[in-house]
Design a protein around this ligand. Structure first.
Ligand SMILES: [Zn+2]
Length: 61
């Protein structure tokens, strides 16, 4: 018998740096984004730097 547990869907990869979070606990603080291509994830570090970039972007534009 070959039972495959669908646990792969729990693993997410950071859209920016490629870091992976294997479980929900590690994924806490990650930011999920939705665009035309579907779902993408940002890890905590990238979320932080992205927020900073957005704040800086407001001044630049
Ligand atoms: Zn990242």
């Amino acid at each position: 018998m070959n039972i495959q547990v669908e646990s792969r869907t729990d693993e997410v990869t950071c859209h920016t740096c490629g870091r992976t979070a294997a479980d929900a606990g590690e994924r806490l603080g990650w930011c999920r984004q939705r665009d035309r291509r579907g779902e993408s994830w940002l890890c905590t570090d990238c979320t932080r730097s992205e927020i900073r970039a957005i704040e800086v972007g407001f001044d630049a534009s």
